[in-house]
Design a protein around this ligand. Structure first.
Ligand code: HEC
Length: 153
């Protein structure tokens, strides 16, 4: 009886430990100043309007068949009824992929969710972002790559 109680307690402890490890984390991604980026495409879905932005140097690189340089930001600025709701951000840095085990790595890109006031959403597990975007490996892990390639000022 006592033993099984102890093992139940241990099991709960282990489970909560595992959960806390896989829950959201701060990482290297920063929220950039949107004024420094170029808004190259817009995706709308119902009342949601997503402005998608990146650096001019990155647009130049990708349009010339070069990889995105380290320091690149991609931002998905999510507006609801004209008000900023949240920012989804991808940022690339030298060897940033090494922060993660190989199975979840997305090259040297890291992902983060910021609320409209700039706070990180600590309830989000950014492994989910990586898992979905990993299917876009050949397009710098982005979904709107084609829009960027055909973007003209
Ligand atoms: C289930 C798939 C899926 C998940 C999960 C997901 N994304 Fe995306 N993401 C997309 C799609 C699709 C787009 C293209 C825009 C659209 O259709 O809304 C996109 C666009 C983006 C963009 C703009 C650059 C690009 O890829 O075109 C950023 C930045 C981004 N997502 C970051 C994130 C972050 C950060 C998370 C996690 C908090 C996340 N995404 C989770 C599918 C996903």
């Amino acid at each position: 009886m006592a033993l099984s109680k102890i093992s139940t307690i241990l099991l709960c402890f282990a489970t909560s430990l595992i959960t806390s490890i896989s829950v959201a984390e701060e990482n290297r991604v920063t929220l950039p100043n949107l004024d420094d980026l170029v808004h190259y495409t817009t995706v709308t879905r119902g009342e949601v309007t997503e402005h998608i932005l990146t650096n001019q140097t990155t647009i130049d690189a990708l349009q010339n068949g070069m990889p995105a340089p380290d320091g690149t930001h991609f931002v998905l600025a999510d507006y609801r009824n004209g008000e900023i709701y949240r920012y989804f951000v991808m940022e690339k840095g030298e060897k940033w992929g090494e922060d993660y085990p190989a199975y979840r790595r997305t090259g040297d890109w890291q992902f983060q969710w910021f609320w409209g006031d700039g706070r990180i959403n600590m309830d989000e597990n950014t492994e989910r972002c990586q898992s979905c975007h990993s299917s876009r490996e050949s397009n710098e892990y982005t979904y709107t790559y084609r829009d960027l390639i055909s973007f003209e000022h």
